[in-house]
Design a protein around this ligand. Structure first.
Ligand code: PLP
Length: 454
């Protein structure tokens, strides 16, 4: 036990500002378009849904955006989060690689999502917003925003993807414990939910559908409610950069620098949170490989098309240029619910298009196999989403074993899997399906892209 396994920082090392990669992009992001006019959206188009501070962050070109003191103060409960050297995993794999992971599961809700939830609740509260609506996939975002809303005194209603509402009942209870209301989506509460139920009463739901419902609930509230999104948007990725900024300092303590940085990518926020500060360092001369890991059931970067598409199923959001499988695509009900999204954060897509990052996709059985290896060697039971990153890190480490190279591999362990034991049960029972990539379904969804912006 003489080796250092944990690189801890003090409270003074909690970043004072978020890092905005828009200031350093070699080419600017493609604009977000209004689906009706095909013109770039302005603040007025977004004002019914978001507070002005977040709309400003969405398009800001400032490199550093100061973290408001009440948010930084709330971060003190668990930040800086630990960076671990995975000595146990290295030994289990018999690899010369040095493996590190940044652990975001130490937040009270067990994932990275609280980093942005607190910021979003704070800005809404500051602008007098009394209630928020949101969607949640596996329930992590719903738990995070419900805690953040409780902290800052804002009401919240959560539309939870039906398959997760049923598969992960305890996350629903967590959301309720923090005081939010939670509904299975699609629901009868919104026009978009009703329309989908009319077409397919047994639908498992999807993040795209739940987003439609939450957006509609806010947009039709006559200004009483605004909306919060847990991933994808520029301001969400911005808030997550505390992960990468802390990691850079922790690697200084470790006296190493990563050759490979890895994160799982659903909407792209935890991946970007770790990766964006390393992309900045790459643009300034470093040469770290940066890898996003997707599920084979919903592989937007690796198989999608880089086009303008809606962020939701009911075609209510502005159009974003992203790698997409089509807004009408319904991913198979894999257990990594947080990765079941048809699109990907525009920032992540832009970086992928510019070849500044890479992407890979995995089936869920090899992902759970890596999760078990990790749990037995490192003691932490990882979330199924995060386990995609573990799989990729393990494969990089095994490549090092084969070649004899000693690379430094870093991945983001975005959350723990304590509420995902049903998924582990299914894995142990041999009941997890490796859904084939649904070529025809995706082709159909891609034939339904909006005409605007193509
Ligand atoms: C939500 C979630 C994800 C996926 O969302 P991203 O925006 O891609 O980060 C990954 N891991 C965990 C633990 C999550 O809760």
């Amino acid at each position: 036990m003489s080796k250092t396994t944990k690189f801890l920082l003090g409270e003074e090392d909690i970043p004072k500002a978020w890092y905005n990669i828009q200031a350093d992009l070699p080419q600017p992001l493609p604009p977000v378009l209004h689906p009706g006019t095909g013109q770039p959206v302005g603040p007025d188009d977004l004002a019914p849904l978001f507070p002005m501070a977040l709309i400003g962050q969405e398009v800001s070109q400032e490199r550093w955006i100061e973290i408001p003191e009440p948010v930084r103060d709330a971060y003190r409960q668990w930040r800086p989060s630990p960076l671990y050297r995975a000595h146990g995993l290295e030994k289990a794999l018999d690899t010369p690689a040095h493996i590190y992971y940044k652990y975001e599961g130490t937040s009270p809700v067990g994932s990275h999502k609280l980093n942005t939830a607190l910021a979003q609740a704070f800005y809404n509260k500051s602008e007098g917003v009394k209630a928020l609506t949101t969607e949640t996939g596996a329930g992590q975002w719903g738990s995070a925003l419900s805690l953040a809303c409780a902290h800052f005194g804002v009401d919240l209603e959560v539309y939870m993807v039906k398959v997760s509402y049923e598969q992960k009942p305890y996350r629903r209870s967590v959301i309720q414990s923090y005081g939010a209301k939670v509904y299975p989506s699609p629901s009868e509460r919104t026009q978009s939910g009703k329309a989908i139920l009319a077409k397919d009463p047994n639908t498992t739901g999807s993040l795209g559908i739940a987003i439609s419902e939450a957006v509609e609930a806010a947009a039709t509230s006559g200004g009483a409610k605004k909306y919060g999104l847990g991933s994808v948007l520029n301001h969400v990725l911005l808030h997550q950069t505390v992960i990468g900024e802390e990691s850079l300092k922790q690697f200084e303590l470790a006296g190493e620098y990563p050759d490979v940085v890895i994160g799982c990518a659903g909407g792209g926020s935890n991946f970007a949170g770790l990766a964006l500060p390393f992309v900045r360092e790459n643009l300034a001369g470093k040469s770290t490989r940066i890898v996003a890991v997707e599920p084979m059931a919903s592989p937007s970067l690796t198989k999608g098309k880089y086009v303008y598409d809606f962020g939701d199923a009911a075609m209510t959001t502005p159009l974003m240029k992203m790698y997409t499988l089509g807004h009408s695509f319904l991913p198979a009900p894999i257990h990594a619910g947080g990765l079941r999204y048809h699109g990907m954060a525009p920032i992540v897509c832009h970086l992928y298009d510019l070849k500044l990052i890479e992407a890979v996709a995995y089936h869920q059985n090899p992902v759970f196999e890596a999760a078990i290896t990790f749990a037995r060697s490192e003691g932490i039971i990882p979330a199924p989403e995060s386990s995609h990153a573990i799989r990729a890190a393990v494969d990089e480490a095994l490549k090092c074993k084969a070649s004899g190279e000693s690379k430094v591999i870093a991945f983001n362990l975005s959350g723990h899997g304590h509420f995902d034991m049903g998924a582990y049960d299914a894995y142990f029972a041999g009941e997890l399906t490796d859904y084939e990539y649904p070529v025809e379904q995706v082709e159909k969804a891609l034939s339904e892209l909006p005409p605007v912006g193509q």
